[in-house]
Design a protein around this ligand. Structure first.
Ligand SMILES: [Cu+2]
Length: 69
């Protein structure tokens, strides 16, 4: 199972973060950044994954998603 993120890469990105960073809209712990604009990200079955956009203000305005695979 995987997640697909399609977006304009000149405006946004996708950063996989931990739950704490997801809640606070910060990237302070382990993370992985995707910038292709058409990212296919493998998910661990039965696990939760947390994604935010790290461009300034975007996550705070709601550009974030938590998924359960
Ligand atoms: Cu964004």
């Amino acid at each position: 199972m995987h997640a697909v993120f399609k977006y304009n890469p000149s405006m946004h990105n996708v950063v996989q973060v931990g739950e704490g960073d997801y809640n606070s809209c910060r990237v302070s712990g382990p993370s992985r950044t995707y910038t292709s604009g058409n990212d296919h990200i493998q998910l661990v079955r039965g696990g939760k994954a947390f994604f935010i956009c790290s461009r300034p203000g975007h996550c705070q305005q709601g550009m974030k998603i938590a998924v359960t695979a």
